[in-house]
Design a protein around this ligand. Structure first.
Ligand code: SME
Length: 145
């Protein structure tokens, strides 16, 4: 079963652990996803929800508009950063991170959360990741508000 199909099944089944299960599937099945987290919008902040990776991040609350995460939440557009060290917006979490993708999760035209993935590989994220994760974001939207 593909990663997308696995997450489709999780979303169909539903339940309190759906977001946690989805981050675990993404992290465990896709080799270049080094750290996977979901932030949920609370007022004008992003609050870290379920995550899976080797280390916890200190960025558990990020104001909308700050960092790569805050930029994606402000615009509602996916952000792909090929070299995090060259992006002045980047809020550093892990010394090993080289690239990042942030995919907003929208519900009723409003950003309610986002999927944030760090990779230890430079320029790890491309069109396939964007397509997979934007579809996952649609599946997870009902569990984010
Ligand atoms: N790098 C993010 C912060 C979150 S950590 O990657 C987990 C940013 O620049 O917004």
């Amino acid at each position: 079963m593909s990663t997308l199909e696995t997450i489709e099944r999780l979303a169909e089944r539903g339940g309190a652990d759906t977001l946690q299960e989805a981050v675990e599937v993404l992290h465990d099945e896709v080799d270049h996803y080094s750290w996977v987290g979901i932030y949920l919008v609370e007022g004008d902040e992003l609050v870290l929800g379920p995550w899976r990776g080797p280390n916890a991040t200190e960025h558990v609350r990020i104001p909308v508009g700050q960092g790569v995460c805050g930029a994606a939440a402000a615009t509602g557009e996916t952000e792909i950063v090929d070299d995090v060290n060259a992006d002045p917006r980047y809020l550093a979490c892990f010394p090993s991170t080289r690239s990042e993708i942030v995919v907003p999760i929208a519900h009723d035209g409003r950003v309610v959360g986002e999927i944030d993935i760090d990779s230890d590989r430079p320029a790890a994220f491309g069109a396939e990741d964007r397509e997979l994760l934007e579809r996952v974001a649609v599946l997870l939207a009902p569990f984010c508000h």
